[in-house]
Ligand binder design. Structure first.
Ligand code: 4AD
Ligand code: MG
Length: 416
């Protein structure tokens, strides 16, 4: 970086030192660079400099030289300064409440931290998809408007669809299952909607859901795909983006995210919770506190497999060794980030699926097409769902899931 350079961007900071100097720090998607206007410079430069606000858009040019005091180690002697849009005083300054920042999310997403999170999210999704492409999965795009619930139908957002009722999808899994009969291995990457009344650091009402589904894959091979995908995406991110890894201080955490991941059965996991001071009985599901206890024992994600069928979805295949259990897994991230994946082998026999649906009182007529998939050349198959925001929250070690998505939708927020 030598000689005359021009930058387009936004005023990140501006500081006037009496009549002596004006420092203008410009930011854009690639860099942060400090420029200086000195006493005795062209009066027009000085006048423009005095009018700028934080976040005014500008073009700034001049000779660039090293200066160890400047944010990037370089400084520009400003020779050219053109306002693109001076605009109005920016409403966001230091020390504003979380509520205010969320109300102004459309402006707050320009902040350094959120910009870096969305860069990281972009790369993480790219690497997850890259792993799937390398392993024979096709992207397969599902509908968002549906009539029946993949996860049993509770907690769905209802909408008026012309003259009938429809719902925003909870999961694209069933459409992925339909997709495997042509493509064998597919994944959907689409929003899922959950009308749960959860106010936690890891629940969104609308989230991005990556759901691979594969023919001729049993529950054990399903685990291999999950750990392979997580390891690949995390290690690529760690190796290719040192500046982001450094910013979020996650190097030590991420370097351990390597297969194989430990596997606990549901019963072992309950025993572990109780041995660490938790209180659980067999048959109960893990909450955030229990997951945090389990993950405290490991430096990488851990699988919990073979849950009691009563606390899991109807489509999961029963364990031939113990029909009270299902061939499923939840993947629990380390450092208290909790469940990031839920997956299972699917029931692929028609009678078995019908019986299971009767047991849990699901009306067959709502699932006619799903049952059809078991009528014509059915095959063993498995799949899983990864919540993109849960994954980003874990990889960047964020406090709250809402920062993993540009415009979070939660129980008390649909604006902006
Ligand atoms: O465990 P879930 O509900 O499983 C399914 O939906 C299956 N149909 C997936 C499949 O087998 N294809 O959700 C899967 C994942 C969770 O592990 C979590 O990462 C994420 O989706 N998730 C949420 N993320 C943010 N906010 C919520 N309210 C979420 N609910 C689930
Ligand atoms: Mg789950």
């Amino acid at each position: 970086m030598e000689g005359y350079k021009e930058f387009r961007g936004w005023v990140y900071r501006i500081r006037k030192l009496g009549d002596d100097k004006i420092f203008i720090v410009l930011r854009n998607a690639h860099t942060i660079i400090q420029g200086v206007i000195r006493k005795g410079a062209d009066r027009r430069l000085w006048e423009i400099g005095e009018k700028l606000y934080i976040e005014s858009s500008i073009l700034m040019g001049g000779k660039i030289r090293q200066d160890s005091r400047a944010p990037n180690g370089y400084e520009i002697d400003i020779e050219k300064l053109e306002p693109i849009h001076i605009g109005e005083p920016f409403p966001i300054s230091r020390d504003q409440s979380e509520e205010f920042l969320l109300d102004n999310r459309h402006l707050w997403i320009r902040s350094q931290r959120l910009t870096k999170i969305f860069q990281a999210r972009h790369y993480l999704i790219k690497y997850l998809e890259e792993y799937l492409h390398n392993n024979g999965f096709y992207r397969f795009d599902p509908p968002i408007i549906t009539v029946s619930g993949a996860e049993g139908g509770a907690d769905m957002f209802e909408l008026e669809y012309f003259n009938r009722k429809a719902y925003l999808t909870q999961s694209s899994q069933m459409y992925g299952e339909a997709g495997i009969f042509g493509l064998e291995r597919v994944y959907t990457l689409a929003p899922s909607f959950r009308a749960e009344k959860s106010r936690t650091r890891r629940h969104l009402a609308e989230y991005w859901h990556l759901e691979p589904e594969a023919a001729f894959v049993d529950w054990k091979e399903n685990l291999k795909i999950q750990e392979g995908m997580i390891e690949y995406a995390v290690q690529k991110f760690l190796n290719n983006h040192p500046e982001l890894v450094e910013y979020f201080q996650v190097k030590d955490m991420l370097k351990n995210i390597k297969a194989p991941f430990p596997i606990l059965t549901y019963y072992q996991a309950v025993d572990l919770v109780n041995s660490l001071g938790g209180k659980m009985e067999y048959g109960q599901d893990f909450g955030a506190d229990e997951e945090a206890l389990i993950s405290s024992k490991y430096d990488r994600p851990v699988f919990i497999v073979k849950y009691p069928k009563n606390i899991k979805a109807f489509y999961m295949k029963q364990d031939p060794d113990n029909p009270e259990l299902v061939l499923n897994d939840d993947l629990i991230a380390p450092y208290g980030h909790g469940e990031i994946i839920g997956g299972s082998e699917r029931i692929w026999d028609l009678e078995e699926l019908k019986n299971r649906m009767k047991e849990v009182n699901l009306p067959e007529e709502n699932y006619k097409w799903y049952l059809d998939l078991r009528r014509f050349g059915s095959v063993p198959h498995s799949g899983f769902g990864l919540g993109i925001e849960r994954f980003v929250k874990f990889v960047l070690n964020l406090d709250h899931i809402r920062d993993a998505i540009p415009f979070p939708r939660t129980i008390n927020r649909v604006y902006p």
